[in-house]
Design a protein around this ligand. Structure first.
Ligand code: PLP
Length: 374
């Protein structure tokens, strides 16, 4: 009998390299009770009323496919909240698509919009998924250096624009830096986007974790924004896989079509529970995270030259002088503290990311260890 051919993986998989992150996770499982500052999710649990709503949804039979774009009641509730925030009056101008998290929205958007060779501008450093998704669509990630303060200079964006530029990808508050863009900065960026008729994807998955000023969405300043919001971080439900997206109706229409033939719909139980989540006040959780952010700045500030992060739950900290970040990360791991080297998110390996989404006790202990290593 003829030998079965090896299963040949499609070439497009060569465009994805997750080795940096995987190495860290592999290391984490070999460690005995580490102080884990590597995890990008809240340490609190989903608030009880939302859990109860999910249980009731299962018992009540909400276990089937929903409409591809999401349950009508949920889309209406999201629309109500968003229209109050943005002053929108016509639902047809801002159709809501409920997605499998912001990741789901990003995948749909990039696949729907990016032709081979199209350029997508993004900050460096950035959330790891961005460049891989663009590569996966045969697009070209174009990175704008944001060191040392991680703010985006509109002029640098303007200089990077070519006839192939299609999308500008923004993320504020940002992963991995915690940077929150100021109104002026965003207005300057919006002007560049307007002049070049760019579509801007605004990834606002950390919108509630904004500590020093009221949150400002890019969608307030620029019409051609594909706005993405998530529930993963807001309600600590990263495993429930739910978020939403709105933007130019023709783009949302095609994203919905692609969702129909890929994800089908966002999880029905999560959709039902979000109706309760939208009424749940998360202020106490945000206040607790602001305090953790302050603790990070106070303690690490003694030994590291870090920029104060304004949001999310990350700090992007320069490695001690004369050391690259990966070497420092291995040193930290030897002392049971798990952090992620900057080259996972960036072309540089000068910084490391800490996620301070952990208990105050572990945070204090881990920060002291990091300081002692300098
Ligand atoms: N965008 C950013 C900037 C993130 O950091 C993450 C997760 O870490 C996501 C999107 C993915 O969020 P979701 O769980 O909603 O897919």
């Amino acid at each position: 009998m003829q030998q079965r051919k090896k299963f040949v993986i499609a070439n497009r998989m060569d465009t994805i390299d997750a080795s940096g992150v995987r190495k860290m996770f592999d290391l984490a499982v070999t460690m005995d009770n580490p102080i884990n500052f590597s995890i990008g999710q809240p340490d609190f649990d989903v608030p009880d009323p939302i859990k109860e709503a999910a249980k009731a949804a299962i018992s009540g039979g909400m276990n089937k496919y929903t409409q591809t774009q999401g349950m009508p009641e949920l889309r209406e509730a999201i629309w109500k909240q968003a229209s109050a925030e943005f002053g929108w009056t016509n639902p047809g101008d801002h159709p809501i698509l409920v997605t499998c998290g912001v990741s789901g929205a990003l995948l749909l958007a990039i696949k729907v919009l990016v032709n081979p060779g199209d350029e997508v501008i993004m900050p460096d450093p950035h959330f790891v998924m961005y460049r891989h998704l663009v590569n996966f669509a045969d697009g070209v990630p174009v990175c704008i250096d944001t060191y040392p303060d991680f703010h985006l200079d509109a002029q640098k964006i303007a200089d990077a624009i070519t006839p192939r530029t299609k999308i500008l990808l923004l993320n504020s508050p940002a992963n991995p830096t915690g940077a929150v863009y100021s109104r002026q900065e965003m207005e300057d960026i919006a002007e560049v986007a307007r002049n070049h008729e760019l579509l801007v994807i605004s990834d606002e998955v950390y919108n509630i974790f904004c500590y020093d000023e009221p949150y400002l969405s890019f969608a307030h300043l620029y019409d051609h924004t594909l706005l993405m919001r998530g529930f993963s971080k807001t309600y600590a439900m990263t495993g429930w896989r739910i978020g939403w997206c709105t933007g130019p109706p023709n783009v949302i229409d095609k994203m919905t079509m692609l969702q129909q033939y890929s994800f089908v719909c966002a999880p029905s139980v999560a959709q039902a529970a979000i109706l309760t989540a939208l009424k749940t006040d998360m202020t106490q959780y945000v206040n607790a995270y602001r305090k953790k952010r302050d603790m990070v700045c106070e303690i690490l500030g003694e030994k590291f030259d870090l920029v104060k992060p304004g949001g999310a739950f990350y700090a992007f900290v320069p490695a001690p002088k004369g050391m690259d970040a990966t070497d420092f990360v291995y040193k930290a791991i030897e002392h049971q503290v798990l952090v992620i080297p900057g080259n996972v998110f960036s072309s540089r390996d000068t910084h490391f990311r800490i996620s301070y989404a952990t208990t105050d006790e572990k945070l204090f202990l881990g920060l002291r260890i990091l300081c002692d290593l300098v």
